[in-house]
Structures are given as C-alpha cells and as structure tokens.
Design a protein around this ligand. Structure first.
Ligand SMILES: Nc1ncnc2c1ncn2[C@@H]1O[C@H](COP(=O)(O)OP(=O)(O)OP(=O)(O)O)[C@@H](O)[C@H]1O
Ligand SMILES: [Mg+2]
Length: 323
C-alpha cells in the first residue's frame, strides 16, 4: 500500500436487497491508522457497508478500495489485508484458546514456532492467559468475543472491521475491547467500527460518519458533530432557589432574552449559553460571587453525541440510547 493512500476509500457504493435500498451511494474515506466510527440506527446499512468492504457482499455500483485493493477486482488481496470479527463460527469449541490461536497462525502460513509465540503474545494482550488452556466451548460470551478478535490479529492486518464489537458485553469486557482499539491505532492499523453506542463512537473514533437509511447524513469528529447542533452551556444550581431572580439580574446580558418568561416557581437551575466555554463559566462565577449568591453546583456542559444523533436522524434513534 502506498504511504499517502487512505486505509479505506469508498465512492458512491450502492446495494439493494430486492426492494430494499440498503446503501444509496455511500462515500467516505478512512486514513491509515485512523479509527472511523460508523454510527446509525437499526437498519441504517452499517453491516451491509462493512460486508461490502470485507468482500462478503458484492455492491451493485460504486467503488471501494481497502488497503489499496479494489473489492470488486481483487477480493482475495482485500481478504489478505483485513480482519473481520464475528469469525467465532470458525473457532473450534473442542480446542483451547491457545490451540485455536496456533491453528489460525498455521492456517495463515506461520511456522510452528512462530505460531506458538504469536499465540502466547495474544493471550497475554487479551488477558486470557488464565483460561488459555480451557476449551473455547466453555468460554463466556465476552471471553469468546475476545478470543475471536485475537484470532483475527494473528497476522497483523492493515484494516480491521469491528461490527458492533461491544454489544452485549459487560463493562469490563467492553473496556478491554476499547483498549484493543487504542492498540490498533498505535500500530497504525485502520479500524472501522460500527456501533449504536454513541459514547463508544465518541471515545474511540478519530472521525465519525453517521449513516441513516443507506446514506451518509453527517461526517466529522465528535467535536465537530457536537458543534453543529449548538454550543456548550453552563448549568448553575443555587443553594436557595428563591434567589433565582437575583441570579437572573446578576447574569444580565449573559442570558438569552426569552429566558425570563420561562422562569417559574419550579425552576431550580439556570442554563447559561457558554460560547466562550471556560471563559463564560469564569464570568458567570464572578458575577454570582459579586452578587453573593451561594451555589450547590456549577458545570460546563457540552451537547452530547446523543443529542446530535437525535437531531440528525429525527425520530429514529438507536435502541436504548434515547433518553
Ligand atoms: N441479506 C439481506 N437480505 C435482505 N435484506 C437485507 C439483507 N441484509 C440487510 N438487509 C436490509 O438492508 C438494510 C440495512 O441492513 P444492515 O444490516 O446493513 O443495517 P445495520 O445498520 O447494520 O443495522 P443494525 O444496527 O440493526 O445492525 C435493512 O433494511 C435490512 O433489512
Ligand atoms: Mg448491523
């Protein structure tokens, strides 16, 4: 692969299943060594996109280059350059984790000594040494997921596809998958990660594309996406709610003009738009301090990716994340 080439380049990919237009002309790129988060509600086309890139599904139109190879013209070269999770079907339940890893290594062309050494490294990296010699058939779901991913890394891939790698995992196993993604980045591997967990896309991705209904509807870093739907705000909670009118007076022009009419007996906190971020927060504190208003809490809050997602995709939100 040439230095300047992106890890993944997608141009106008279309794919229909009968009447269902799963992909309607999707384009994006992922630079080498980058983690690209692919975010979208159920049925958006995320898995179809990943399957096209890993040569499991043939697109109807468009062009996709993975690690320098065209998925339509040289699928074998693409397959040699990638790793795809969900190969657990390929795990042999009667063998131990170590034996599975060695077997994978041998199948990928490593000699026996190298395969044994690589298996040992991966077991250590994936915190599976304690169970290394137990049959995989007795593993829990999270352990299986880890050994599954480990098998895909026996020979260092150039591009890794992780299709919802943490769905159904406990927090600890989820964290170990997150650590893995960081390690892939450190090694210069391009990673495409689909997820319905916005927090996950936020934490892990260098760049995010949002797919809805078979099309890319937004693209950018988590911060850029958040900036699209508004600025941060400063939330202020006074010790005595009866002092809210004094707070409003003290904050003066920092508050939007319409806010006064929204304040009533039930109001317990104020949200002050904070275009200046920490500077606005400092100014809010200074004014309230001068007015001698005691606070329980004051915090700078940024719009969450959840809000971005809901505003972009309208009604359709990923399961379990709408609040
Ligand atoms: N093999 C198939 N045959 C028929 N329709 C399919 C097939 N695979 C996907 N589809 C349809 O294509 C659309 C996109 O599906 P896809 O699995 O890519 O979505 P997704 O974004 O991965 O969703 P999820 O978050 O639920 O995994 C859906 O409407 C789905 O029903
Ligand atoms: Mg899917």
């Amino acid at each position: 692969m040439i230095e300047s080439e992106p890890g993944v380049l997608v141009e106008g990919i279309t794919k229909s299943f009968g009447q269902v237009k799963a992909l309607r002309g999707v384009s994006f790129r992922a630079e080498r060594g980058q983690v690209l988060g692919i975010l979208g509600p159920n049925g958006a086309g995320k898995s179809t996109m990943v399957n096209v890139l890993s040569t499991l599904v043939r697109p109807d139109g468009g062009r996709a280059i993975v690690a320098g190879h065209d998925v339509a013209h040289d699928p074998a070269a693409v397959r040699r350059s990638i790793m795809l999770t969900g190969q657990s079907a390929a795990l042999d339940n009667m063998l131990s984790a170590r034996e599975n890893l060695i077997l994978f290594g041998r199948l990928m062309g490593l000699d026996k000594q190298s395969a044994i050494r690589r298996a040992g490294q991966l077991l250590e990296e994936f915190d599976l040494e304690y169970a290394a010699d137990r049959r995989v058939g007795q593993y829990s779901g999270g352990m299986r997921r880890r050994i599954d991913i480990a098998c895909g890394l026996v020979v260092r891939p150039q591009v890794v596809f992780l299709d919802e790698p943490t769905t159904g995992l406990d927090p600890r196993s989820r964290q170990s998958v997150w650590d893995l993604v960081d390690r892939l980045r450190d090694q210069g591997i391009t990673t495409l990660l689909t997820t319905q967990y916005l927090e996950e896309a936020d934490v892990l991705s260098d760049n995010i594309i949002v797919i809805d209904n078979g099309a890319v509807i937004a693209e950018g870093t988590a911060d850029e996406l958040k900036a699209r739907i508004g600025t941060s705000y400063c939330e202020v909670i006074p010790l005595h709610t009866h002092e809210i009118p004094q707070m409003v007076a003290a904050l003066g022009n920092l508050l939007p003009p319409g806010l006064r009419s929204e304040i009533n007996a039930e109001t317990v906190s104020l949200s002050v738009p904070a275009p200046g971020g920490a500077q606005t927060l400092a100014e809010v504190l200074r004014r309230l301090d001068q007015a001698q208003i005691e606070l329980i809490d004051i915090a700078l809050r940024r719009p969450s990716l959840d809000q971005v997602f809901l505003s972009l995709t309208g009604e359709s939100s990923p399961a379990g994340t709408a609040s």
